[in-house]
Design a binder for this molecule. Structure first.
Ligand code: GDP
Length: 295
């Protein structure tokens, strides 16, 4: 699969090579597998859980050779990843999507890519410049607005993000927009304020449209491995995340972190970023991902 070359190679090198040939299934193999899964960034708990299930299947199916484990592990990984979850879209619109995440993970780029995706479907899109803390963030969003053909609602640097949210929703209602993509601040060094701010933005959105936000997408940088999982836990508690966008999968061998996210955070990955361009966003298809890891 495009963009997953490094992840696949890493997984095949670490996990796949243990599952070839007529090597016997024994305690040593289980331990090596667990370690390989951890090293491919699946996370300790998830690795342990997968190996536990593998043991059970080996017993049930009376398997004896390592190569027979390959198919079973692929099934278990596919199982762990679950069925893909599509975006929750409001009919009629506007659908409000709040995009959260720490600075630098690719949040603005992802908003641009999503805007492009919806525009291509013929939808009317509004981008809300809710990261009012950084002037550069507002400028960046305007660039993506121009590129994708989406309208940008903004205020001055330092304005209240909740006020921007309010404006964006009024604009969406009066112009009959289909989708509002709302950017948010991501300065993690001030966690309490950040989370307070997100809650306030959410409150304003819900007051204007009771079923909104329809999605809270958390953007995570795959190259940060276990840090991404920590961020997911933090935002899950405080922002009510409904889906994850995992960026920079093109530049990393750490795609195994998808397993860790599912195993330890249990929030569905909905999109993956595989480059810096406007088209470098793909819906995440769990079965394809599992198959790619073992192909
Ligand atoms: P923000 O601070 O979270 O808004 O991050 P930006 O959207 O400004 O992105 C930070 C950097 O990551 C930029 O150089 C982007 O081009 C880059 N980036 C974002 N997504 C991807 C991706 O999927 N793949 C790669 N290779 N780079 C990405």
């Amino acid at each position: 699969k495009q963009g997953l070359v490094k992840t696949r190679q890493n997984f095949v090198d670490k996990v796949g090579e243990l599952l070839t040939g007529r090597r016997k299934i024994d305690e040593e193999l289980y331990e090596a597998l667990e370690e390989a899964l951890i090293r491919s960034d699946a996370g300790v708990n998830t690795a342990m859980e997968l190996v536990e299930k593998l043991r059970r299947e080996v017993k049930n199916r009376k398997l004896t050779e390592a190569q027979e484990l390959r198919e079973v592990l692929q099934e278990l990984v596919a199982d762990l990843l679950g069925a893909g979850k599509p975006l929750n879209l409001a009919e009629p619109g506007p659908t409000v999507i709040l995009v959260v995440g720490v600075n630098g993970v690719g949040k603005t780029t992802t908003i641009g890519k999503l805007a492009n995706y919806f525009r291509r479907e013929g939808k009317r899109v509004i981008l809300a410049a809710g990261d009012t803390f950084r002037a550069a963030a507002i400028d960046q969003l305007e660039i993506w607005g121009e590129r994708s053909g989406a309208e940008v609602v903004k205020q001055k640097e330092g304005a209240d993000p909740a006020a921007v949210a309010f404006d964006a929703i009024q604009a969406a209602k009066s112009r009959q927009a289909d989708v509002v993509l709302m950017d948010t601040a991501g300065r993690l060094h001030n966690k309490v304020n950040l989370m307070e701010e997100l809650r306030k933005v959410k409150r304003v959105i819900t007051r204007e449209i009771p079923a909104a936000p329809h999605e809270v997408l958390l953007v995570l940088d795959a190259t940060t491995g276990q840090n991404a999982i920590q961020q997911a836990k933090l935002f899950r508690e405080t922002a009510g995340v409904t889906g994850i966008v995992l960026t920079k999968l093109d530049g990393t061998a750490k795609g195994g972190v998808v397993l860790g996210i599912q195993g330890e955070v249990r929030i569905p990955v909905k999109w993956i970023g595989i480059g810096e361009g406007m088209d470098d966003l793909r819906p995440f298809v769990p079965q394809d991902f599992a198959a790619a890891l073992f192909s």
